[in-house]
Write a protein that binds this ligand. Structure first.
Ligand SMILES: Nc1nc2c(c(=O)[nH]1)N[C@H]1C(S)=C(S)[C@@H](COP(=O)(O)O)O[C@H]1N2
Ligand SMILES: [Mo]
Length: 433
């Protein structure tokens, strides 16, 4: 290697192409990190004057986490913030049945770990401990060789998706429709791994951990550690994935391992997964307590302050749909047939039906809904519409779940942190004479 390419990883990570090209990154040389402090390990080299570094100050080189670097291959996404990196997908870019990397939203609560940037899974293990008969420490090869490999299309949707539609507004990322996607994941069933460890009768909840770095840079601080009731974890749909769309997990989406627990807010789908702690009580990790991912136990008037003891954990995500084609604002011909289409999904599993309206909800026509390839995939729907005369129209989409519950035309019941907003999606269509 010439002098030029012999650069420490953090400098390379600052250049646009490399930070976003995992394949290249894996070929890249990086320095041995043994014997370094936590910050030094993140930088890939010693910091001779580290003792002078004010506590909590992040070395400027670790500004690798700015959105611009990571977003180069995320074509067309809307960046909501770059520290942490958060970006959502415009509705018309959700038109694929299997969401490609470039169109998958990104939600980081902390910094992307260096192991993920380097695509370095050497020595990676997943520990299963707590209320189990036999605690396990598994390498990725152990997972691949000891359990059945499964591949399925599973929706991940941020609990805060749709937050921007609440009135009054609530704090947090102002997602519109696009903190959602449905890639194809490959891994092993979470249930199989838990069963191998032997779940004790005292098990109540899971607690998930990853190696991403807290925004403060403090290695002691946990970025996020959420969990699910043990019964949910033992359902057969949740998987511990090492691949997305047939490729190793990208840096932004959890390399080298992540959980996908479909149906629940995606915050339970831990990225950079290295430990599942089986708890004898409801998990109390970072972002499990307080008002994080909690909603009032009963409907409240918008703006109400709800006492903490009346807040319950958000579990199943509600029925929802999106219009993915045409793009909002498209011009069509009056009197001619236009196909509109989209996706629909539900935290309970399957969607029962989708209806669309071209007259602001006065009349509805049933869309053709495709069966899901597997439970918790989103489902394609299509409908043919004819707009009678020149003018402005909207397409409204409304999905209904197996219990007959449909999406509301306006925001659903308000909650203090703006979760689970399944308002009907609307696009504009202009009919030309
Ligand atoms: N380790 C780790 N896992 C995480 C998060 C995180 O910040 N760190 N964010 C969670 C949240 S809130 C969401 S919505 C999803 C986003 O997944 P994506 O970025 O792959 O789309 O990951 C979840 N898993
Ligand atoms: Mo999220």
């Amino acid at each position: 290697m010439s002098d030029k390419t012999e650069k420490p990883s953090y400098i390379i990570a600052l250049s646009q192409d490399d930070a976003t090209a995992p394949a290249q990154a894996s070929r890249r040389r990086f320095l041995k990190t043994s014997g370094l402090t936590a910050l030094g390990a993140m930088l890939g080299m010693t910091i001779p004057f580290e003792r002078n570094l004010p506590a909590g100050l992040i070395p400027v080189a670790l500004a690798q986490d700015t959105g611009a670097d990571f977003m180069a291959d995320k074509s067309g996404l809307t960046l909501l913030g770059d520290r942490p990196v958060n970006a959502e997908t415009p509705a018309h870019l959700l038109d694929d049945d299997i969401t490609p990397y470039k169109h998958l939203f990104v939600r980081m609560n902390g910094l992307v770990p260096q192991t993920a940037i380097d695509q370095n899974a050497e020595g990676w293990t997943l520990t299963i401990d707590g209320e189990v008969d036999t605690p396990l420490t598994l390498t990725i090869d152990d997972l691949k060789s000891q359990f059945e490999t499964v591949t399925s299309r599973l929706v991940i949707e941020c609990g805060g998706n749709g937050r921007s539609f609440f009135q009054p507004g609530t704090s947090g990322n102002q997602w519109t429709m696009g903190a959602i996607g449905c890639p194809e994941w490959t891994g092993v069933r979470l249930a199989d791994v838990l069963k191998k460890a032997g779940v004790k009768s005292t098990a109540v909840y899971t607690g998930h951990y990853g190696n991403d770095v807290h925004l403060s840079g403090d290695p002691e601080k946990v970025v996020i550690s959420r969990g699910v009731p043990i019964a949910k974890a033992l359902e057969e749909d949740a998987i511990i994935a090492w691949a997305m769309n047939g490729e190793p997990l990208p840096a932004l989406h959890g390399f080298p391992l992540r959980l996908i627990v479909p149906g629940y807010p995606a915050s339970v789908s831990q990225k950079y997964l290295n430990r599942i702690w089986v708890r004898d009580r409801e998990h109390d990790g970072a972002k499990m307590t307080g008002d994080s991912y909690r909603i009032p136990a009963y409907p409240v008037a918008p703006g109400t302050e709800v006492p903490p003891e009346d807040m319950v954990i958000l579990t199943e995500m509600p029925i929802k749909s999106v219009v993915t084609f045409p793009e909002t604002g498209t011009k069509v011909k009056a009197g001619e047939t236009t196909q509109v289409r989209g996706q629909a999904w539900c935290g309970k599993g399957d969607v029962a039906s989708v209806h669309i309206s071209t007259d602001f909800g006065e009349t509805w026509q049933e869309a053709r809904l495709e069966a899901a390839p597997n439970r918790f995939s989103w489902q394609r729907w299509r409908a043919d519409v004819t707009l009678p005369q020149h003018g402005y129209y909207e397409i409204w989409a409304r999905a209904t779940d197996q219990d007959g519950i449909s999406q509301p035309p306006l925001s659903p019941v308000w909650n203090p942190r703006g979760y689970a907003n399944n308002i009907q999606h609307r696009i504009a269509l202009i009919a030309e004479a």
